[in-house]
Each structure stands twice: as structure tokens, then as C-alpha cells.
Design a protein. Structure first.
Lengths: 461, 461
């Protein structure tokens, strides 16, 4: 299903020649995302509205070529790469925030809006959009929806799906539909909205989004706690929740992550610490102060060697900069990264952390773990040179073992990155064959000719 | 597709003869739900586990009979009635709470657990399950999931779908699958969990549920505010939210609803009031008191003639008893009820309330409105004698006009009751044909032979 010359000419007729290209130097920019792998598309187009996208998808069915939608390419599982070639639809030009409705706490946007720009726009109105993936400075809302992005605030506020009320979508057939509602409640027909969220660009192309907002909390307090041992840090996480305290973030960094950030940013983090918790509370100012007090005394009671509250918003923001830098900063250790985002029930994080320690000792590989301990969501990274085939083999064996153990503990192999191509080989570890077969029938119901984002999610059969 | 004698004998072989029946006096108990309409099933069975349900659905495909799952029959749109006959599966015997996990804030239950029994069980552990439909004293969790029940606390805490993490389901084909996860995050494959929630028993039969819980708020405060005019009451609702205050409930009753409850319960409610708001705040005790203070002064500033805080939990509970009694108490006015649960964006409630007034004046019908004003979700009721055909015709015309206006205001024709049979004729007012056709393809992907709960959601073509 390569893109024919005739098909390309028709795409040009739809979007205009300045907004599509087949030049190799442009195509290569869209051959990769934040996951491993590079796959050249046959062409790239930059649609500006749903009508163009609908015409392109109709054409794709008629001419038989693949279409792969793409935001900023910050996805971690290969969701945006054209593994079987075809046309990349770059959604970034559809980047208008159409309405922010303070009275009803909703916003309507196009999918290409950058997540942090959306945060800034709603916060200016005294409103709050909680989902905040680490890539928020460059990821798009459309990409966040496609992957059901999570991020640190999910422990209190939930994930992207919890904020999506309605969509406008172009189906793979070219049909344009609306799903969902503009209100918090709505139960008319099947929940297509939440089926599309997290479907990794395989069921439709989102062209408009209605998002639920909250009032912006009056105050946010940020603190760190340093622990000699990672186990005691994560036991503290469980204890905080067990006491009925739900902070707005509850982030964990292991020693390798701390060292990595400190080498990179020189902020004075303790290089010898076993683990660091980065915790935020929000609410009115008294409530925030009280919550942080309680958490600090729990941290001390569980053996924290140092507990510190950020004195200024700048200091808090520097701490978050450190946290968000980890993923990229890890490349100082090795040219390649294998990056998994497992989740286990919160109380079982100590077990998964111990298992990671064992795997590190057994394989001798460089591993760093950090993430959203408050939801049991740990980003587990192996840094290596993939040309070292022995290391690569060990790494794959370690990942498979960790996935098995994660599932044994009642967890999931992906909390927020999705399956894409990188986790497709492991899908059947988690999903039973009956559910997989049903998912394939759903894909077929949306995309009878299989033209949209092929080769994703489902393991090759 | 009537149930044959052979098929019934096979059902008997699956569940045992004490747990299935064809006696008319037993069948008639399962011929209706809380909506209009009575449809006799051919037989009734009381399964006790997923294996039995799977065997029955497999048989239904082979023998060609319909199967309709049913909880307590408290649904408001006819979701549980066998409109085309067949076998009723009464799910109430699968009523065990299997686990309440305090450390991870999750519970696992069977679908037949009564909602309020579940509330009591988790509250005993210091935990909180917010969804609280007015029928909670008799509705089942499985029914709540099938309809995506809402209730008064949705304004702060969201609806049923926001608390469902994972399911075990028997598909219409008889296949048994697991969906979702046991953790807050999880993005592995398509979101079957939330597709099944709100699918009104047409896509699968839920046999086990994993629910997310919250810590139980330390305190709850309850207040009422009496307004001379309904418009000022609902304008106050908007103003509360505009100020960034999200109370846990924000309920509205119009004069007809107030009178109705007062006649029924004799609690001393003001019979002449234009409207009453029933508001709850929760959090720690200071926070609760502060929030109620702010709301009370907003109510006074907007013309409330009386504002009152419940002094004791007993008084608060009496107020809720009054609120929950409205729906049934309305039958003092007429033998039949047409009951709709429209939603509009919160700021547009004054408009919809004025339109209801106009319709009341125009038709001369008895109308009562009450509901979850905090989410813009109004239960609009017409009380009448359906043998008065002229009144019935006027009522249907009024409902259709109100639906049109609701959609014009950016609302939805059902916030929590679902479509079932009562709203199916109106579905295409809200859902576009492309989305409807996709929903039918999804139904086919789940239920190729159309054996599960036929005749629901989709308008007759």
C-alpha cells in the first residue's frame, strides 16, 4: 500500500502543494518519535481542518494507502511512526484554543495545541487542566488524548480520559462524527469518546476536543524528602495514602535518576541518596500547609534523612525541571534507552523496586527508575548501547521478566505510554485472547480497510 | 426468537431447576422496570457465576433466543425489560463484595451488590465510593455500571465511569474476558472497560467489577436555601461554581417538587417557595464550615429568603430522604410519569427552567423539575393519566420541544438514565447518523447474532 503518484497529486489538490511534501529531507523529520525505530513515510501533509482530513481519508480508502496521524512525536511507544509507510498527517497546524468557558468549566480546542500552552491559557483564567505529561512543553493535546497521557498529578486528579467530555473525529472511512457531550454528565449511546481516548491514533483522527476544567487551586506547596534506601521511600508513599492523604503529586527518583539529574543540572541534589520523593499538595493555603506538615512528619517517621519545603515558586519549578529532565538526561550514560512504564498496586511498589534491584545485580546493566509512585506507576529505564547484542539480549530478558512480575503483582505493562510498536510483542501477556480478538473486531468496525495507523497495538500474527 | 422447550431444558441443566422458571406469576415480576412498559419474558434464570452465564449465552447463540440481564430493575429508561421476549438473567444472586483494599483504595465486587450496601461496607473501612443514584437503596452496582449512573455527588466527584477500573465480562458470544486494570492508570489496548460502562446491557454481562475508592471525607455539612423564584436559585448555582467553589452536591427542587415532598413527608418545607437548593460541602471540618459559609452568603446575596444548615446528621439525612423521595412521591398527582433527565451547560439552567415554565403554561400539564443543578442535570417530570390521549399527546410534544431546546443550548437528552427504549425515538436528535452507524457496527462486533438485550438504544429503522 505505498503511496502512488496519482494519490499524491490528489492529496496536493486537497491541501495545496505548500502543505504537502515528498522531499526526503522533510520526510525524514517525521520518520521517528521518542521511542526507538525509524520508518520513512512516503509523504507528509499538514492539514488545517477536518474537511481536508476527511477528504484525505476517503482518498486513502479509494487509493489504498496508509495514513498515520502525528502530533509532536513525543510518544514513548512508537504510536506516531509510519511502520508500513504511507502518509503522515502532521496535526500541529490545527492549534487554536477555540473557547475557554469559565462559567461551565470547559474548554474547546483543536488537537495541535501544545499541552503547556493550554495550561498557561486556562490558568490565566483561574482554571486548571490537571493532566501534565513530562513532555508537556512540546506534546500536543491530540497526542495526549491518543495515548491517554497521565503524568504526576494523576494521583489526585486522574488522567487525560477523565477530562475529555466530547470530540469531533474523522473516522478512518472519512466520515465526520461528534462524540460525547459538552457537559460532565451524558450517557447517550456508546461511549465513543473514551474508546477513542487511548486508541493510539488507530480508530480515528481527533479534530476538536471539549475538555473539562477545574478551578485553579489557590495554593500549591512543593517538598522533597531524601531517603537512604529506596524501599523506605516507597513504603512512605503507601503510608501517606493509607492515612487518607492524597497529595497532588507523589514522585519517586532512585539513586541513578538523582545522580543523572545532578550531573546534568548541578542543583545540589544528594548524589548518595537511596531515593528522593518529590511531593506537592494543593488546596487553600492552610490546607496545603497542613497536608505538607503531615507528609513531612510521616517522611521523618519512615527514616527520611532530609525533608525540605520549596521556599519559592522558582525553587519548586527548579525541582520539577529536574524531575522532567530525567528521561532525556539518562542519555549521558549510554546512547540507547529501553523505557517501560509499568504500574503496580501502590502497596506493591516496594516489591517491584526490590525486583528491579535484583535484575540490576543479575544483569550488570545500567538501570534507572523514577516516576509516579503515588499511582504505582514506575518508569523503568535500561540504558545501553544496542550494538552490544549481548547487553541487548539481557535487557530484553530483564524487561520480559519485569513485565511478568508486574502482572503477577496485579499491575499493568503500561500506565501512560501505550502499546504502539514497542510493547506490542508483550500485549498477550496482559490481554486475554478473547479481548484481543474483540479489539480487532472493533478496529475493523472503525477501519474496515485497515488504512489508519497500521501495525500498532496488535502483535504481529 | 422465542425460547423453545429444548432451550429451557438446557438452561435448567446449566443452572439447576430451582434457579430457573417459566411460571407466569414469576415471569411477570421481571416484565417491567422503573420506566413505562411491560414485556413478558419467556423464562427467568438466576445465575450464580460467570461460567453459568457463559454457558447460557453460548446456548442462546446456538438455539437463537434473546437474553436480557437485569439488576434490581430500578432503571428509568427500560434497559432491563425484555421487549422482544427471551430469557431474563437476574443478577442479584451474584452479590458478594469480594475485597476492599484500603492500601490501594480499590474494591472488587460482584455485580449484584446493592449500591447502598457497598457504600456502607467501604465507609466502615474509612473509604468512600461517591456515585450515589437516588435508587441506591435498591439499585445494584451492575445496573449502575450498565447505565453509568450519576447522582448528586457527580458535581464534585464525577459519575460511575470515573470509578470503574476493570471488569470481568461475559461477551454475548459466551467468551469470558477481563478488561482494564486494578490500578488508576492503565492504557493497554482499547478501553473496553469504559465502552461497556453505559452500554445498557447490550454489549456484555458484567460478572466482576474493580472500583476505585477515595478516602472518606472527614466531615460533611448540609444546608438548604429557599428562593422565592426558581431563576434566582439556579443563577446562584452558576455563581457558586463561577467563584471556584465545588460543593459535593448542589441540588435543585422547584415548587411542585417541594409541595409534593411536603405532602408526602410533612417535614415543614415551605410550600410557597419558588425553589429550594440542597447543598453539601465536604473535606476537613474547617474547610467544610468555610465552604458552607461562603455558599450561604452567596445564597443570601442572590435573594434567598431563608438559609439553613442542618444541625445534626439526622437532620441532613431527613433532607436527603426528602430529596430521594421526590421521584416516587410524584405519583400522588397522577398515575403516570414521563421522566426525562436532560443536561445543559450549568450557566444555561436558568434558560431551561424558564422554558419549562413556558411549556407548563402552554400545555396546562402538571410538571415538576428537580435534580443535580450543579452539573446542569435536571430531572423534568410530567405527571398525567396516559389514558387521557390528548394530555399524552401534549406531553410528547412538550418533551420533544424540550429536547430540541436542550440540544440547542449545548446539552444532552440523557445525563444518567440512558436511552433504553424510552429515549430511543429521540436518539437521532443528538447522535449523528455516522456515529449511530458506527455504534451499530460496534454492537455487531460484540454480538454478531444480536442475542443480548435487543431493541434497546437504537431507534427502530
Amino acid at each position: 500500500m505505498a503511496l502512488s503518484d496519482i494519490a499524491f497529486k490528489r492529496i496536493e489538490a486537497i491541501v495545496g502543494s505548500p502543505r504537502c511534501t515528498r522531499r526526503p529531507e522533510e520526510r525524514i523529520c517525521y520518520a521517528y518519535d521518542a521511542a526507538a525505530g525509524r520508518f520513512m513515510p512516503d509523504a507528509v501533509a499538514f492539514p488545517e481542518n477536518a474537511a481536508e482530513i476527511s477528504a484525505i481519508l476517503t482518498l486513502a480508502n479509494a487509493e489504498g494507502f496508509f495514513v498515520v496521524p502525528r502530533g509532536s512525536g513525543s510518544g514513548m511507544s512508537g504510536g506516531a511512526v509510519p511502520v508500513q509507510g504511507g502518509l503522515i498527517l502532521v496535526m500541529n497546524r490545527m492549534n487554536r484554543i477555540l473557547a475557554i468557558d469559565r462559567e461551565n468549566l470547559v474548554a474547546t480546542t483543536e488537537p495541535g495545541v501544545i499541552t503547556s500552552a493550554f495550561h498557561a491559557a486556562v490558568e490565566k483564567e483561574g482554571l486548571f487542566y490537571p493532566p501534565d505529561p513530562s513532555s508537556s512543553d512540546f506534546s500536543t493535546l491530540g497526542g495526549n488524548l491518543a495515548e491517554c497521557a497521565g503524568g504526576p498529578r494523576a494521583v489526585k486528579y486522574g488522567v487525560t480520559r477523565d477530562y475529555v467530555l466530547g470530540l469531533e473525529v474523522v473516522l478512518p472511512t472519512g466520515d465526520r462524527i461528534k462524540t460525547g457531550v459538552q457537559t460532565t454528565k451524558g450517557v447517550v449511546g456508546y461511549d465513543l469518546t473514551r474508546l477513542l481516548v487511548g486508541s493510539e491514533g488507530t480508530l480515528g483522527i481527533i479534530t476538536r476536543v471539549t475538555l473539562k476544567l477545574l478551578p485553579l487551586p489557590a495554593s500549591v506547596g512543593t517538598m522533597t524528602a531524601i531517603f537512604p534506601l529506596p524501599e523506605t521511600a516507597v513504603e512512605t508513599v503507601s503510608e501517606i495514602i493509607r492515612r487518607g492523604i492524597i497529595p497532588r503529586t507523589l514522585e519517586f527518583m532512585d539513586n541513578a535518576s538523582i545522580r543523572c539529574v545532578e550531573n546534568h543540572l548541578k542543583m545540589g541534589l544528594p548524589m548518595e541518596a537511596g531515593a528522593l520523593l518529590l511531593i506537592e499538595a494543593d488546596g487553600n493555603s492552610e490546607e496545603t500547609a497542613k497536608t505538607l506538615d503531615k507528609i513531612q512528619s510521616l517522611c521523618r517517621g519512615h527514616g527520611a534523612s532530609a525533608v525540605h519545603t520549596a521556599a519559592t515558586p522558582e525553587e519548586a519549578s527548579a525541582l520539577w525541571k529536574a524531575r522532567k529532565a530525567i528521561s532525556a538526561a539518562l542519555f549521558q550514560y549510554a546512547p540507547h534507552k529501553i523505557n517501560e512504564d509499568i504500574v503496580v498496586p501502590r502497596s506493591r511498589i516496594p516489591q517491584i523496586i526490590r525486583r528491579i534491584e535484583m535484575l540490576r545485580e543479575k544483569t550488570g546493566l545500567f538501570m534507572a527508575s523514577f516516576g509516579h509512585a503515588g499511582d504505582g506507576n514506575i518508569h523503568f529505564n535500561i540504558m545501553l548501547d544496542k550494538s552490544d547484542l549481548e547487553a541487548l539480549k539481557k535487557a530484553h530478558t530483564a524487561v520480559a521478566a519485569l513485565f511478568d512480575y508486574t502482572l503477577e503483582l496485579g499491575g499493568t505493562i503500561s500506565g501512560e505510554h501505550g502499546i504502539g510498536i514497542t510493547k506490542a510483542p508483550y500485549l498477550l501477556k496482559e490481554i486475554d485472547p478473547g479481548a484481543l480478538s474483540l479489539m480487532k473486531r472493533i478496529k475493523k468496525a472503525f477501519d474496515p480497510n485497515g488504512i489508519l495507523n497500521p501495525g500498532k497495538i496488535f502483535p504481529e500474527s
